[in-house]
Design a protein around this ligand. Structure first.
Ligand code: GLU
Length: 377
C-alpha cells in the first residue's frame, strides 16, 4: 500500500503522534533515573506540543528507575521483584516527567494499562475515552504498562508493542520509537560491514534482517525484534513508524533523514481486535472442523457449537481463546461466549436444537464474528 506520504513526512506533520521512549534513554547505565535525559526529551516533545500537535508518550523505565532504590545492583529477573521495582520507579519517573513538562507549561497525566483489560470492550472504551479527554484538555498522557499488577499471563511485556497498540487506539498519524540504537541494521550493529536500513516498505525489506538475527530476540540486535514487531503491527494497521536514537529525537520528530522509516502496509482495523491479536494471552483453545475453519477464516462468520470438536484449557466467558484447525494450527483468536466447563455437551450440536432443548440463551455463538481476529499464516 502506498499512501504517497513518506513515514518521516507523516511524523513531521502528524497532528497526533505517539512517541515511545525506552528505558536505556532515560536511565543511567547501571540503573536509576537520569533526570537530565528526561528533561531533555521532555523539552523536545514540549516544543512539538507547543507547535500544536497532540503527543502521547509511551515511556518505559519504571523498573530501571526503581531497582537501585530497593538496594539491588542489577535489573531483577523475578516477576515479584520487577513489580516491586516498577512500583517504586513509576512514581519517581512520573514525578520527573511532571516537573520537566511543567517547566514548559504543560500538564501530564499517567495512564497504566494491562493487555488483558484492553481486550474487554468496556475497559478498552474507558482507556480510549480517558486518553481522548486528556488530549482534548491539552494534557500530555504518559503511558506505561501497569507492571505492578501485570502478571506474566496478562502482560504485553514490552513497550514497543504497547506503543503500537496505543498509537492505534488514539488514531495517531505516526509512531516514533526512540531507543539507544540509531535504526535498524541488517545485522548486529557491533559487527563490521553491517548497514543501516533507511526505509522498510514491507516484509520483503526485512528478509535479510531476519537472516541477520532479528529472530534471536534481542541478542546482538539489542531488543530490535520487539521494535520490528511493533513497526509491523502499526504499519499493517495504517500507522507509519520511525525508529531512531533518542539522541536524534528532535530530528526524528521533525522528519529529518535519521533512523529507519517503516511505510504503511495495510489499513485500520478495530483497536480491540488489534489488542486481541497482539497483546492478549489466550486462556484456552477451541478445535474446529474443516467446515468451521472455512466459515470463520474465509467467510468471516461467527463460530457456532456445531463446528467445534474439542475444548482445551480452562476459561470463562469473555476470555481470549485460540481457534485451531484440525491439525492444531492457530487460525484465529476470539473472545469466547461460554465457560470451558459449559461447552462439551454443546459441541457438534446445531444452535436450533440447543435453543429448543436448553432455552434461548443457548442459541448464542461460541465466538461472535465481531470478537474474532484471523491470524495470518
Ligand atoms: N514497562 C517496563 C518499565 O517501565 C518496560 C518494558 C520495556 O522495556 O519494554 O520498566
Amino acid at each position: 500500500m502506498n499512501t504517497g506520504v513518506s513515514p518521516r513526512q507523516a511524523v513531521a506533520s502528524a497532528e497526533r503522534l505517539v512517541v515511545k521512549i525506552g528505558s536505556s534513554s532515560l536511565t543511567e547505565s547501571g540503573g536509576g533515573l537520569d533526570p537530565d535525559r528526561v528533561d531533555s526529551l521532555a523539552g523536545i516533545i514540549a516544543e512539538r506540543r507547543a507547535a500544536g500537535s497532540q503527543v502521547v508518550v509511551v515511556s518505559s523505565g519504571a523498573i530501571a528507575t526503581g531497582f537501585p532504590h530497593l538496594g539491588l545492583s542489577r535489573r531483577p529477573r523475578e516477576l515479584a521483584t520487577q513489580q516491586a521495582s516498577a512500583s517504586v520507579g513509576q512514581g519517581l519517573l512520573l514525578a520527573r516527567y511532571t516537573a520537566a513538562f511543567a517547566a514548559h507549561g504543560f500538564t501530564v497525566g499517567q495512564i497504566l494499562l494491562t493487555a488483558d483489560d484492553m481486550t474487554r470492550r468496556s475497559h478498552y472504551r474507558n482507556a480510549q475515552q480517558t486518553l481522548e479527554t486528556l488530549l482534548g484538555l491539552g494534557v500530555i498522557p504518559i503511558v506505561n504498562e501497569n507492571d505492578t499488577v501485570a502478571t506474566d499471563e496478562i502482560r504485553v511485556g514490552d513497550n514497543d508493542r504497547l506503543a503500537a497498540l496505543v498509537a492505534h487506539l488514539v488514531r495517531a498519524q505516526g509512531l516514533v520509537l526512540l531507543s539507544d540504537i540509531d535504526g535498524l541494521y541488517d545485522g548486529p550493529p557491533n559487527r563490521g560491514g553491517t548497514r543501516l536500513i533507511a526505509e522498510v516498505r514491507g516484509p520483503q525489506d526485512l528478509v535479510d534482517v531476519s537472516a541477520g538475527g532479528i529472530g534471536a530476540a534481542g541478542v546482538g540486535l539489542g531488543g530490535m525484534a520487539t521494535k520490528v514487531e511493533a513497526a509491523r503491527i502499526a504499519t499493517a494497521a495504517g500507522i507509519p513508524v520511525v525508529l531512531a536514537s533518542a539522541a536524534d529525537a528532535r530530528s526524528a520528530l521533525s522528519g529529518a533523514d535519521v533512523g529507519t522509516a517503516f511505510h504503511v502496509t495495510g489499513r485500520r482495523i478495530p483497536s480491540r481486535l488489534l489488542w486481541l491479536g497482539h497483546a492478549s494471552t489466550p486462556r484456552g483453545g477451541l478445535r474446529l472442523d474443516d467446515g468451521a475453519v472455512a466459515a470463520v477464516v474465509q467467510r468471516r462468520m461467527s463460530l457456532l457449537p456445531a463446528g467445534v470438536t474439542a475444548v482445551e484449557g480452562d476459561f470463562v466467558a469473555g476470555d481470549p481463546v485460540e481457534l485451531l484447525d484440525p491439525t492444531g494450527r492457530v487460525v484465529a483468536r476470539g473472545l469466547v461466549n461460554f465457560d470451558s466447563a459449559e461447552l462439551p455437551p454443546l459441541l457438534g450440536r446445531s444452535t436450533r436444537d440447543l435453543a429448543r432443548e436448553l432455552g434461548a440463551a443457548y442459541e448464542r455463538e461460541v465466538v461472535h464474528r465481531d470478537d474474532l481476529i484471523i491470524i495470518e499464516a
